[in-house]
Ligand binder design. Sequence first.
Ligand SMILES: [Zn+2]
Ligand SMILES: [Zn+2]
Length: 140
Amino acid sequence: MYHSEKMLREKGIKVTPQRAAILDVLRDTREHPGVEVIYQRVKKQFPSISLATVYKTVELFVRSNLIQELCLTGDVSRYDARVESHPHVACMNCGKVEDIDNFDMEYIIEPAEQATGYKILKEEIMYFGYCGDCKGVMDN
Ligand SMILES: [Zn+2]
Ligand SMILES: [Zn+2]
């Protein structure tokens, strides 16, 4: 708890228990939750918090680079407290979003820079498919 408050302070964000709780939810999970899921979890601790407050807080965190927003085509945004670039895989059936570990990003940036002449600073890699649980079901 203390650590989330410290992170808020370092970004110059006014610390409130609700804001710290929202950041805790995001830092405690690797599920890449959407606002609705964050809201349901924070509500357990702060029953009077509104969905609008959670939305505004999450937007503030994205602007302050405390969390990153993942854009999924045709879906609501999902959020990740790991702000460094890393690739993700999303299930098109159940909506699960997971990190792909041990993935060599350098390999992708270099050819992209060579092909375009850009100095690339950030990449967002999202693979879409069916997860292990959904694969079998969708094959039928
Ligand atoms: Zn799935
Ligand atoms: Zn992630």
